[in-house]
Structures are given as C-alpha cells and as structure tokens.
Design a binder for this molecule. Structure first.
Ligand code: ADP
Ligand code: NA
Length: 329
C-alpha cells in the first residue's frame, strides 16, 4: 500500500486544517508507505505573491512536522523540487481529453464562468494531480468529497494511457477514506459555516499559533445554545454549534462522539467549554513550541525537505522514464 497526498501551502493555518487534513496524514504514516508533498506547483493556478508563497511553503512544512509528520516515516517534499511531476503532467496532457476536464465541477465552479480571468492551469491542474499520484504508482489516495472526481479522472487517464500505448505502466489508485472523526470543523461563530482562513472574523477560528489565553477566550465566546448536552448523538441534530464543539473535542482526544457525550451528558457549556479549551490547549501548546523551534532553524527545515525530494526523485525516475519510452521519446 502506497499513499500519495499533497496539500497546498496556505498561510494562517487553523484547527480545521489540523484536524481535517494534517492529523489524517499523521495517522496514515503509521499505516502505509506515505509520500506527502507541498503542492506548490498547484499554487500557481491562482494569482500568487511570490514572497508570500515562499513564506507559506515554509510555514506549511513546519506545521506538518510540528504536528507529527515524521520525515523518518514519511517522505515529505516540495512538489516543485521533483520536476518529474511537471514532466509527467505534460505527457499526460496528450492523453487527457478536453471534454473530460470540462466536466470537472471544481473548474466549472471556480473558473469556467470567468474564462478571460482564469489561468489555463486552473483548467488543467487535475492532469497535474493525476501525474502527482501516477508518478509514484500510488495505490491509495486520501480524498475529500470535492476531490473524488479528480481521482476518477486520474484513473481514466491511467487506463487510457495503458491502453493507447499497450503498456501496464500506471497502477490505478483507489480512494482512501482515512480514519478520524472531524472531517469538517465548523466556525466557532456559525455552526453552518466551515472554519476557514477566509472568514473575516478572527473569533471564528483557532490558529495553530494562538496563545493559550486566546484559545480559551475564543472557546469561551464560541456560539452555543442554552441546552445541556444530550446522551444520544441523534439529539445533536439541529444544534450545529453544539455538534461542532463535541466533534472537535472527540477529534482532539481520539474518542467517539458517543464517548464524549457519555461523559458530559446533562452538563451545560459552562462545564463543557473549559474542558474543550483544555483539550485544544493540550494539543496546540506543544505543537506551537515545536513550530517555533522549526521556524528558528530554516536550514534544518530545508534539509528535511531536500532529503525527502531526493527520495521522491529516485522513486519517480523509473515511471517517468517508462512513460517517455512508451510514447516514443
Ligand atoms: P481554508 O478553507 O481555510 O482556505 P484550505 O482550503 O487551505 O483551508 O484547506 C487546506 C486543507 O485543510 C484541505 O485539505 C482542507 O480540506 C482542510 N480544511 C480546511 N478547512 C477545514 C475545516 N474547516 N474542516 C476540516 N478540514 C478543513
Ligand atoms: Na479554501
């Protein structure tokens, strides 16, 4: 089993990114051979500020390591440090069909309506995504709901390439639904909106860099309802804020929703919120210390990423060579 997954280097990381994305990777590295990359080439599909992108790449790499990605267990690297991604993507552009890409709902939502303002990359980046995983013969790719269609496309491209050139080159990657409870962390101000860096309210999210005091205050002020917590999870229906806070607690402690409710049933948020704040602080406080150490030693961070890239380049080389050979180059 070989898992390949990328994350775009964005700044302002929050608890949603940690619970919904980063900690899933941390769990996976013990279950499978993992290659994790900072998708910095994908970041070019929308307008970038070069200095900001450079800073975000470092920040994301530091956050991943501080959160528990162990470079000794998983191969962690920058996508742009392995040129084979871009090379294979170009080869696969000869295989992918325009019609297939036009059916991608993400493109239709993000760029299809504004063709004069959208980059070509926004249209073709699913082909780069296909290259990202096919390059390493990934068997499993962790995908959220919004990325399922792109993984299907990667499989279609792999099948057509294998067929067209009569080779058994690319493995067909399967979607991988990794364990964990908090797939979607919601805003602390509105239980129906996703916790997001683009929310104008600072109080809506907890940043990985927030102080213990800020964390406690944001949770104290989080929107809730006056009802006590129920014992039956079904009774959280229609109480999105309560459900969200319980879900965050469960994700942090590794318990199920049932287990958390069994402990807090009948208690109000006056009791639950301080317990939740303690759990968030217990997770983020040591993480923040490691993050500070990593930031203070950019050379070490660079060394880790370069050694990951070295290994990724070695793993990618045979498949890229075979792809060139298959098409006659
Ligand atoms: P944001 O929504 O803050 O802009 P990104 O889109 O940069 O975050 O997401 C980076 C990663 O974090 C993605 O894998 C995404 O699925 C995950 N993620 C972002 N927000 C949340 C959230 N509120 N809950 C769970 N996962 C999230
Ligand atoms: Na986003």
């Amino acid at each position: 089993m070989r898992v390949v997954s990328g994350i775009q280097p964005t700044g302002g990381l929050h608890l949603g990114n940690l619970l919904g994305a980063i900690l899933r990777w941390v769990r996976m590295q013990d279950e499978a051979e993992c290659l994790f990359f900072l998708a910095d080439m994908h970041a070019l599909t929308i307008a970038v500020d070069p200095a900001e992108l450079r800073a975000n790449i470092r920040e994301m790499a530091a956050a991943l390591i501080a959160s528990g990605i162990d470079p000794a267990k998983a191969t962690l690297f920058r996508q742009s440090a392995v040129p084979a991604h871009a090379e294979l993507a170009w080869i696969l552009q000869g295989t992918a069909r325009i019609g297939w890409l036009e059916r991608m709902t993400q493109f239709k939502e993000k760029g299809g309506k504004h063709k004069e303002r959208s980059s070509v990359g926004l249209f073709t980046y699913p082909v780069l995504q296909a290259a990202d995983v096919l390059l390493y013969q990934a068997t499993h790719v962790p995908v959220g709901e919004d990325q399922k269609q792109h993984l299907e496309l990667a499989r279609d491209i792999a099948l057509k390439f294998n067929n067209d050139f009569d080779v058994e080159l690319f493995a067909l990657p399967e979607p991988f639904i990794g364990g964990g409870t908090a797939a979607r962390v919601m805003s602390l101000r509105d239980g129906k909106a996703k916790m997001s860096k683009s929310d104008p309210s600072e109080m809506s999210r907890i940043h990985l860099t927030d102080s213990d005091e800020d964390i406690a205050q944001k949770i104290r002020k989080a929107r809730t309802d006056p009802e006590p917590l129920p014992e039956d999870p079904a009774l959280l229906d229609g109480r999105p804020e309560a459900r969200n806070l319980v879900g965050i607690y469960a994700a942090l402690t590794g318990e199920s929703i049932e287990q958390v409710l069994a402990r807090f049933a009948g208690q109000g948020f006056g009791t639950f919120k301080p317990a939740l704040a303690d759990a968030v602080i217990a997770m983020l406080s040591p993480l923040r210390r490691r993050l500070d150490e990593l930031r203070a030693d950019p050379a070490e961070l660079e060394r880790i990423l370069e050694s990951g890239a070295e290994r990724a380049r070695t793993l990618a080389a045979p498949t890229l060579a075979n792809a060139y050979r298959a098409v006659g180059l």
